[in-house]
Design a protein around this ligand. Structure first.
Ligand SMILES: Cc1cc2nc3c(=O)[nH]c(=O)nc-3n(C[C@H](O)[C@H](O)[C@H](O)COP(=O)(O)O)c2cc1C
Length: 345
């Protein structure tokens, strides 16, 4: 069934398909009994799927990764599709249009996507308004935070602090995005000095809040193991609660899509199948280095049930889907849930 839907959706450019899907999901809000029916059809409800991670109870370990519901428009509805958590954003203090279109491309031969969206979002105040309207929700919400593109890295801390403070009362945990390859020089914030200053500032700000909210860092798959070691050291020193591994890659290695097509698409972050191996390797490395004590949300190239299981076996506490969900469709979450329950994971 999804093959037909996907065939039709793939007739449109990727960003247009995304808008169509957003529209369809939004419409489910207005059809009586449909949310309930979807929930029944598309998910498994089983106590064994429940996970307690960084002090939060997740009904199951599968979430939607950042970048799909950038503006907090449908996160509550994604619960009906089986997701227990959704990461909204990346949110920046001010609204911004992102990079010129086209900026989102499918690589069908590789089951992959290249995007250079560039943090297009409605900005903090519009997003807070939506989160406030949807306080009554069944999903855990992560706030993925970033900086406006016009803000230089030297002033990044104040931008991250603005989104952090602004979203604090409305999300359940935070993900600090310093790994998006589509915003000029953003990934440089992953260097030891800048990352330490940024994370210290956020954690320090949290001390003044009444309620403790976990703060995670989202890392790039393009970091070397040495750089990951540095990041883990900073995470330990600053008291960060976990890692989201990984964002998209700038690598174009081993693709079936021709070099000419890749060149025509241009720069951007690659996600999906070509990322599977590297993300798994990084998740496994982090879990080993931290003896499983640091919660890891695994994301990147989870395209099959086996990919999901591999992430958990490598030590991930939770997983997030994006490209895999686009290619596999709404039945994918339930398939993973079924496999987890049948394997007692
Ligand atoms: C179109 C698109 C937009 C994205 N936007 C964001 C974003 O705004 N912030 C972020 O942290 N990650 C963003 N991502 C990265 C995903 O959250 C995820 O880390 C990455 O795609 C790897 O997972 P996947 O292979 O399952 O897609 C985006 C990915 C795609 C495909």
């Amino acid at each position: 069934m999804y093959r037909i839907i996907r065939f039709l959706l793939f007739l449109f450019p990727a960003e247009q398909s995304h808008s169509i899907v957003m529209f369809i999901i939004k419409s489910t809000r207005y059809i009586p009994f449909l949310p309930c029916l979807l929930r029944k059809l598309l998910s498994v409800k089983n106590k064994s799927l429940e996970r307690e991670v960084f002090g939060i109870t997740f009904q199951n370990p599968i979430g939607f990764a950042a970048g799909f519901d950038k503006n907090a428009e449908i996160f509550d509805l994604l619960g009906n599709f089986g997701f227990s958590f959704v990461e909204i954003g990346t949110v920046t203090p001010k609204s911004q249009p992102g990079n010129p279109k086209p900026r989102n491309f499918r690589l069908k031969k590789d089951n992959a996507i290249i995007n250079r969206m560039g943090f297009n979002n409605d900005g903090l105040s519009a997003i807070i308004k939506r989160l406030r309207e949807k306080r009554n929700r069944t999903v855990i919400v992560g706030g993925n935070i970033g900086k406006n593109t016009v803000i230089a890295n030297t002033d990044a801390v104040s931008d991250y602090l603005k989104t952090f403070k602004g979203l604090y009362d409305y999300v359940d945990y935070f993900t600090v995005n310093v790994s998006c390859p589509n915003v000029d020089n953003l990934t440089q914030l992953q260097n030891k000095t800048d990352l330490e200053i940024l994370l210290k500032s956020l954690v320090n700000e949290r001390k003044y809040m009444d309620v403790y909210k976990p703060v995670l860092v989202k890392i790039s798959p393009d970091l070397s193991f040495e750089q990951i070691d540095d990041t883990l050291y900073i995470i330990r020193e600053t008291g960060i609660d976990g890692v989201v591994a990984t964002n998209t890659t700038t690598s174009r290695e081993g693709l079936k899509t021709t070099a000419k097509e890749i060149e025509e698409i241009g720069h951007g972050g690659l996600s999906g199948q070509p990322l599977t191996k590297r993300s798994l390797e990084i998740v496994r490395y982090i879990c080993e280095q931290t003896s499983g004590k640091l919660p890891v949300i695994a994301v990147g190239g989870i395209m099959t049930v086996a990919d999901a299981i591999n992430m958990f076996e490598a030590g991930a506490s939770l997983i997030q889907l994006y490209t895999g969900y686009i290619y596999r469709g709404p039945g994918f979450v339930k398939k993973i849930q079924k496999a987890l329950t049948s394997q007692g994971m």
